[in-house]
Ligand binder design. Structure first.
Ligand code: SF4
Ligand code: SF4
Length: 327
C-alpha cells in the first residue's frame, strides 16, 4: 500500500495548539548534566497521538466530538506534562541509584497492580527503538500495561469505545507518573513515558519484554487481554532490572497467524493497515499508515475497529494457539 501524504487526504499538516502542548522533550526538564539515551541512524520518527489526530483528522468531526472525550483528553495531556515537570525531582546523575535489591521489584509490582496495571515487564531499550526526534533518560525500561474494557471496546467504532480509549490514556498516564515517583522516593532516577506516545516504540519494547507479540494492526497481542490493552513505560537509572524477555519470544507464532488472517486489514474503514508490511528505518515493519488512520479515528475519537475485530479480541489466546499448532 502506498504511503499517503497529508496532501493526499486533503489536510495541511498544521501544528495545532494541542500538538504544541504535548511536544515536550526530556532534555528540557532533567537536572543539568544528566546524560541521556539517544536514537541512532536507524531510528524512525515518533509522533504523539493527539498531534496526529488534530493534524490529519477530520476537523468537522473533531469539532463535534472532541467535547465528548475532552475531560479525559485534557487530563491525559496534563499527566504527560506533569511527567516531564517531575523530572526535575530526579537525583543528579552521580547520586541516582543504579542497583536495586530484588525485593524492590516485588514492591514495585505490587504497587503497580494496586494502581490497576495488568502486566509488568522489563527490557533494555536498543538505540534504534528510540524515536529520532526524542531521547530517553536511560536504556532501562519498565513496561506497564492496563486493560481496556472489552464491553466498551466491542462497540467500536463509537464514542463509547472512544471514551474508553481516552480513559486508558489518562489512567495509565497517571499510573506511570506514580511509578516514577515511587522510584525517586527510593533514590533512583525515573522518567514516566506517557501512553500518548513519545520517546520510544512501546509495542516493540513490550514485545522485547515478552509481554506479547505485535499483530498485523500494530497492536500488542497478549494472553488474557488480546489486543485490548494500553502500554506505557518508565525509564529508570536501575541497571539490574530483572529482564523478562528473551530472544525467543514465545508469542512469535502470532506473526505467522496474522499472515493467514488479515481480518483487520479487510475491516479497517480507512484501508490503513498494510497487508504486506513495508520495512522502515529501524529494520522493523510499518503496520499502519497513521495519516489514513487519523480520519476514522477523529470520527469517534478512537476508532479501534482493528482491536474490536481482531480474532484475539473475540477469541481466547490459548484456544487460538492450540488450533494454530494443530493445523
Ligand atoms: S484505528 Fe481504525 S482506521 Fe486506524 S488502523 Fe485501526 S481500524 Fe484502521
Ligand atoms: S485481526 Fe487477524 S491479522 Fe489482524 S491482528 Fe488480529 S489476528 Fe492479526
Amino acid at each position: 500500500m502506498k504511503k499517503a501524504s497529508g496532501a493526499e487526504v486533503g489536510q495541511t499538516p498544521v501544528k495545532s495548539r494541542i500538538a504544541r502542548m504535548v511536544d515536550r522533550k526530556v532534555e528540557d526538564f532533567v537536572p543539568q548534566g544528566t546524560p541521556l539515551f539517544k536514537p541512532d541512524g536507524n531510528s524512525r520518527e515518533g509522533r504523539i497521538v493527539p498531534e496526529v489526530v488534530v493534524t490529519y483528522g477530520s476537523r468537522k468531526h473533531l469539532a463535534r466530538n472532541i467535547i465528548k472525550v475532552l475531560p479525559k483528553m485534557v487530563s491525559a495531556i496534563k499527566n504527560r506534562s506533569a511527567g516531564f515537570r517531575d523530572l526535575k525531582n530526579n537525583p543528579s546523575a552521580s547520586e541516582a541509584g543504579k542497583h536495586a535489591e530484588p525485593e524492590l521489584f516485588g514492591e514495585l509490582e505490587e504497587f503497580a497492580h494496586s494502581l490497576g496495571c495488568e502486566r509488568i515487564g522489563y527490557t533494555k531499550v536498543p538505540h534504534y527503538l528510540v524515536f529520532s526526534n526524542y531521547k530517553t533518560l536511560s536504556e532501562n525500561a519498565i513496561i506497564l500495561t492496563i486493560a481496556m474494557d472489552k464491553k466498551k471496546m466491542g462497540k467500536a467504532p463509537s464514542i463509547t469505545a472512544g471514551r474508553e480509549v481516552w480513559r486508558t490514556y489518562d489512567s495509565l498516564g497517571s499510573i506511570v507518573n506514580k511509578i516514577a515517583a515511587f522510584l525517586r522516593e527510593r533514590g533512583f532516577a525515573a522518567q514516566a513515558g506517557s501512553p500518548l506516545g513519545g520517546e520510544a516504540n512501546y509495542p516493540r519494547l513490550a514485545q522485547r519484554a515478552g509481554l506479547g507479540y505485535i499483530g498485523k494492526q500494530g497492536v500488542l497481542i497478549s494472553p488474557g487481554l488480546g489486543p485490548s490493552q494500553r502500554i506505557a513505560t518508565v525509564y529508570t537509572s536501575i541497571e539490574n532490572l530483572p529482564l523478562t524477555g528473551t530472544e525467543a519470544n514465545s508469542h512469535a507464532w502470532i506473526a505467522e497467524f496474522c499472515e493467514s488472517c488479515n481480518r483487520c486489514v479487510d475491516k479497517c474503514p480507512a484501508g490503513a493497515i498494510y497487508k504486506e508490511k513495508p520495512l522502515i528505518e529501524d529494520g522493523g515493519p510499518k503496520h499502519i499508515d497513521h495519516i489514513k488512520c487519523a480520519m476514522p479515528f477523529s470520527k469517534t475519537m478512537g476508532c479501534s475497529v482493528c482491536i474490536a475485530e481482531c480474532v484475539f479480541f473475540k477469541g481466547d489466546y490459548e484456544k487460538i494457539k492450540a488450533g494454530f499448532f494443530k493445523r
